[in-house]
Every structure is written in C-alpha cells, then in structure tokens.
Ligand binder design. Structure first.
Ligand code: SAH
Ligand code: SF4
Ligand code: F3S
Length: 467
C-alpha cells in the first residue's frame, strides 16, 4: 500500500535541502507527499538545535501529534535532523510514541528504518558518532553526506536549488551546537558537486546556492591536489544553463583576496556575501572564540569594499551573550552603522547544553535586556537597509523571477504581483504574470522598504499586449 508522508522542516538551509533529499528518496520508495500530518501515514520532523526555541517548537508539535497517534497507532512518527543527533534517547523519553530518531548524518537509513517500524520491530534510532567517541576521521565517516538524485518537484521553485559542498564544522564557536550535531568539517568531492550542478541545470535550474557552515573554508584534497572555494567556483562557472551562483555562510577569517577576486571576475557568481560578525566587541568575540578581532573583521570588510565595491554584505549577530555589557552591545550597533549591512539576522543568546559557553560562562544577561538589544539593533539595521535600498530607486536591476508574491491574492489574474531576487540577493516585487517565473528580467526600481524593492518590468512582455 502506498504510504503518505508529511514533513515539517525547521532550521537552516541545510535542513531545507536535507528534507528535499529525504522526500526524493521516499518517493523513489513509493511514498506520496501530503500537506498535513492528519492525512499522513508517516509524519517526519526535521529539527534544529541552534536555539532552545527551535527545539521547544518541535517538542510542542510532538505533543499535539500524540492525539492523532492515539487514534491511529499505525501512524509512524519520526524525528530527524540536528535535535535527533543531539538528544537521541531523550526524544523517546520525552515523547515515547516517537518511532524513529535519525541524525543528519544517517538520513539514507530512513526508508529502511520505516519498513522495520511497520514490520513490528519497534523503535528505531540511527545517529552518528559523537566527537568524543573516536578519532576525527572515524567520527567524520559516521556523518555521511546524503545527496542522492533530486526530485525537481520538491524545490520551492524549479529554477533555484541548494547544493551542498561541505558538511559539518570545525570552528567550535563556544555558543554553537553545530560542530556536535553535524560533525567534523568535510568538503565534498568537486567532481561530485560538478556533476550534481550539471543535473540541476538539465532539470532547468538557473541559480544554485552552495551550502556549507563555513562555505568559504571549503577544501578538498585528493591525489595530492587541493581544490579550494575559488577553484570550485571556476569549475561551476562553466556549467551551461546555470546563470547565478551564490554561497552561504562565510567565515570572516577565510574571506581571502583570491576568493574576492574570483567572485569579481566570474560574472555568474553573485556579488552577495553573508559574513556573520556575531558581535562588535573584541571581548565578546574572544569569549565566543570566533578567532578574529573587530580590526580583523574591518580589514576583511575593507578588502570587500576595495575588490567588490558593489557587493551586498549581510551578517548575523548574537545579542546578550554571556557577559555582554551595554558598552559591548553599543559596539555591535557601531559595527552595523559602519558596515551598513544589506541585512542582519539578529538572535538572542540561547544556552546550548554541551557547548563550551554553557560550561564556562554564566548566561547573565536578563531576558528583557536581550529582547531590548534585539529590537534596538534590528531598528538600526532596518533603517540602514532602507537607506541603502533607496540608493537603487530610479535604477534597473536584473531579477530572477521566482513566482507570485505572498500578497498575490489571485495567481490566475491577468496581472499578478510577482517576486524574485537581484544578483545581490535583494527581494523585488513587481506587477507581472505567471509566465515570467524562471526568467531573468530587467526591473526598474520605483520604491523601496527595508526588505523589498518595488519596481516595474522594463521590457514589455509581448504576450500581455492587447489583453
Ligand atoms: N555557520 C554559520 C551559521 C550557523 S548558525 C556561521 O558560522 O555563520 C546561524 C546563526 O545562529 C549563527 O550565525 C548565530 O548568529 C546564531 N546562533 C548560533 N548559536 C546560537 C545560540 N546558542 N544562541 C543564539 N544564536 C545562535
Ligand atoms: Fe557554529 Fe561557529 Fe561553526 Fe558557524 S562557524 S556553525 S557559528 S561553530
Ligand atoms: Fe539548526 Fe542544525 Fe542548521 S542546528 S541551524 S538545522 S545545522
């Protein structure tokens, strides 16, 4: 009998990609995808552990699904992703009706384990080794990359795709769970990445976003030959059909002159760099063990300004990290003012068990102070984003059209509000039609907000004339 699967994804782009991969795999095993947990025979949660809130959301969803499981005991419930790797048995303890726990390094086992559950073999768990369990190379092998053939139907748009080039992380910032949940850093083989990019292009994909936790630290060594991020971009640039290449997330220390020159010289590579600073204070950065000072960050930033003056740079900030004083926080505000980021994601520090910060430092910034700093920094960032966007009013930008915007009430109307992104990753909305999805169009910018450019298409779409 065909099994109906529902998947709920939280967390970063890695998780979005993992869910796409798992669903493609399950479809090959005869599953069909449904839109609600109620209609599903199998409910999967792809989870994130980066902040406590992300975990609580999943535990509360599990609490709700329990009623449904009570009524339909044959329904299988699975928890996959970073929280599965981090909590392991604890998930069965907190939610005993869960059938399956699978870490991000074991995703290929899901179809087989689901069969076992249905065959009455009881709860199943597949997780990777922990960092302390064995030597780095052995632990790394237990975190397998899972990048099987794709199913273009599963992507948010057929013209855009994520492509994993690196798994894991070895930076061990003191606040962060990712080096534990995703394991040691491993660069995937360039030939494998290249062949996946070619398949994506054949499927009609025009934009690929390369994924890694510190994507610009990418390195692959085989037969004495080293491929770094610049060489990889050069290889990918040759793939016919791919018009845009983006990559996230960058680590400030590895933003080399060579990489920036490569980005400048390869027209398909977007002049968009997400390089999180995390804090504007050297004392805080030191406690975070980020491996750079603000002087280092500024040196990197000035290198970007010199080589790629048109580039859009974005950042992440954590506010309320252990010991962050008002003075430290003001330095983060000053950094946003100085760098004038395109956007910043701002997070309130959340203690993560198992991290160095949780063992060494006290989470001493009160909740209200964290919330206040979050608002304040976001206000400054939003004002700057709007001012920077305003510089584009009256100019033309090239947009890869993604589809109708969230505000498009009737997607079948003659004129539909469409949305897409510029080469430097700015969101653009304009009046158009569904046929424009997947096209690269020149849009004239008339107005802006902090997060959006509002424009109109320059070249009149011939088909719409006379309608
Ligand atoms: N590898 C990426 C991002 C990883 S997680 C990088 O290094 O930039 C995404 C963001 O979540 C981080 O950039 C950081 O700003 C935030 N984050 C990570 N751990 C956190 C924690 N314990 N509390 C609050 N925010 C956190
Ligand atoms: Fe976490 Fe730091 Fe690695 Fe980013 S670089 S994933 S913040 S440990
Ligand atoms: Fe979350 Fe794991 Fe991504 S912890 S941010 S889903 S790597």
């Amino acid at each position: 009998m065909t099994q109906r699967v529902y998947i709920k994804t939280v967390g970063c782009q890695m998780n979005v990609l993992d869910s796409e991969m798992v669903i493609a795999d399950l479809k090959r095993h005869g599953y069909t995808v449904v839109d609600s947990p109620e209609e599903a025979d199998c409910v999967l949660y792809n989870t994130c552990s980066v902040r406590e809130h992300a975990e609580e959301k999943v535990y509360s969803a599990l609490g709700k699904i329990r009623l449904s499981k009570d009524k339909h005991p044959e329904k299988t419930i699975g928890v996959m992703g970073c929280m599965a790797q981090k909590d392991q048995e604890l998930i069965f303890k907190r939610a005993p009706y869960v059938d399956l726990v699978v870490g991000p390094g074991q995703l290929h086992t899901i179809p087989g384990l689901l069969d076992k559950v249905r065959n009455g073999e009881g709860r199943q768990m597949a997780v990777s080794l922990s960092r302390k369990d064995d030597k780095q190379a052995v632990v790394a092998r237990s975190h397998e990359t899972f990048d099987p053939l794709r199913d273009p139907g599963m992507r948010p748009t057929p013209f855009q795709a994520y492509l994993r080039i690196q798994i894991g992380c070895d930076k061990f910032c003191t606040y962060c769970v990712v080096p534990n949940t995703r394991g040691p850093e491993q660069g995937r083989a360039p030939q494998q990445i290249l062949s996946e990019a070619r398949v994506l292009a054949e499927q009609g994909c025009r934009e690929i976003t390369l994924l890694g936790q510190t994507v610009n630290s990418y390195k692959h060594i085989a037969d004495g030959e080293t491929t770094d991020m610049s060489s990889l971009l050069e290889l990918l640039h040759e793939v016919d059909g791919i018009d845009r290449i983006k990559f996230v997330t960058n680590y400030p220390k590895d933003m080399t002159e060579r990489l920036l020159v490569t980005v400048r010289d390869l027209p398909k590579v977007s002049p968009y760099l997400h390089v999180p600073a995390q804090s504007g204070s050297d004392e805080v950065l030191k406690r975070m063990k980020r491996g750079y000072t603000i002087a280092d960050y500024m040196e990197m930033f000035e290198r970007i300004e010199r080589i790629l003056p048109e580039a859009a740079v974005s950042s992440d900030f954590i506010v309320g990290f252990c010991g962050e004083t008002d003075e430290d926080f003001e330095k983060s505000v000053a950094l946003v003012e100085r760098c004038r980021f395109k956007n910043s994601f701002i997070f309130q520090y959340s203690v993560r068990p198992g991290t160095k910060a949780s063992e060494r430092f006290e989470d001493d910034v009160p909740r209200e102070v964290k919330a206040e700093r979050n608002h304040r920094l976001l206000d400054v960032q939003n004002r700057i984003a709007k001012e920077e966007n305003a510089k584009l009013v009256g100019k033309d930008v090239q947009v890869l059209v993604e589809g109708p915007s969230k505000k498009a009430t009737d997607p079948n109307a003659a004129v539909v509000q469409m949305t897409g992104r510029t080469h430097c990753d700015r969101i653009v909305v304009f009046d158009g039609n569904l046929r424009q999805a997947g096209q690269l169009l020149d849009v004239h910018v008339d107005d802006v907000s902090s997060h959006t450019l509002i424009g109109r298409v320059k070249t009149v779409d011939v088909v719409t004339i006379g309608l």
